[in-house]
Design a protein. Structure first.
Length: 269
């Protein structure tokens, strides 16, 4: 009986498990592996967020101009800084802002088309075809006057016929309450005189003479600006007499930016 009651030694398997548990407790805890994976995933997540938050300069400029008009802010934070990213994110996610930007853009496009239509009708009624043309592009609505009709060769003083045309054009321009830019253009044949050392001076001088005539007719001078582009923005190639004659021109531009500004001011009232 005494031998039967004698305790048997524990199995070897239980001793091995206890030894393994003691060995594991001496190293890093098991949860550390999971924690390390979590930290790595968080780091990758924030790197992706930063990469997706990068804004290209050209896109930022377009967004900034739209935000200035739609939000009425004079200053928009620079792209790439945290404040700038927040403004863009809030503006893009703000449904009202998106609609405001779209609405203004649509109104500007419609107004440019309306101006072009009015000019076309004016040219037809006043039999100015061949002397006055109208078109539109990314700049806005453009009224083109032939330099060969307005000015003598190599001169920046308007002819009598040119002055009469400008008077008629003035009756058209006064219908639209927007700023106007007058651009002078020449062909690629250089001029060199005491009064006009290059085509720059000639193209700017002709634009200035058109502006002077418009002001004398009653156009507000504060709404006018002039630019001379010489031969550097040809409308067609300068490889023929006809092409060079086409490039001698005055362009009266109703700029989209001016139209947009006017419309935004009206919407704010």
């Amino acid at each position: 009986m005494a031998e039967a009651k004698k305790k048997e030694p524990p199995p070897e398997e239980e001793e091995d498990e206890e030894e393994e548990a003691e060995e594991v407790s001496e190293g890093a805890p098991m949860w550390m592996a999971t924690f390390a994976d979590l930290v790595t995933l968080l780091m990758v997540f924030f790197i992706l967020l930063f990469a997706m938050g990068t804004i290209e300069d050209n896109k930022w400029k377009l967004i900034k101009e739209s935000l200035k008009d739609a939000l009425g802010q004079d200053e928009i934070p620079k792209a790439g800084i945290r404040e700038g990213l927040d403004v863009v994110k809030d503006a893009v996610l703000d449904e009202k802002t998106v609609h405001a930007v779209d609405e203004v853009g649509a109104m500007v496009a419609k107004e440019v088309d309306d101006i072009a239509s009015e000019v076309e009708e004016f040219v037809y009624k006043n039999k100015l075809a061949g002397q006055v043309e109208v078109s539109s592009d990314e700049r806005g609505a453009i009224i083109t006057l032939s330099d060969t009709v307005l000015f003598p060769a190599g001169r920046a003083r308007m002819t009598f016929t040119g002055a009469e045309i400008i008077k008629e054009v003035f009756s058209l321009l006064k219908q639209f309450d927007y700023d106007v830019k007058i651009e002078g253009h020449t062909d690629n044949i250089a001029i060199k005189t005491a009064q006009f050392p290059s085509n720059w001076e000639l193209s700017a001088g002709r634009a200035a003479d058109v502006a002077r005539m418009l002001v004398q007719a009653g156009f507000p001078p504060e709404k006018l600006s002039i630019e001379g582009f010489a031969q550097y923005r040809p409308k067609v190639p300068n490889d023929s007499a006809k092409g060079r004659g086409t490039n001698w021109r005055i362009e009266i531009v109703y700029q989209r930016g001016s139209i947009r500004k006017k419309m935004v001011d009206v919407l704010r009232r």
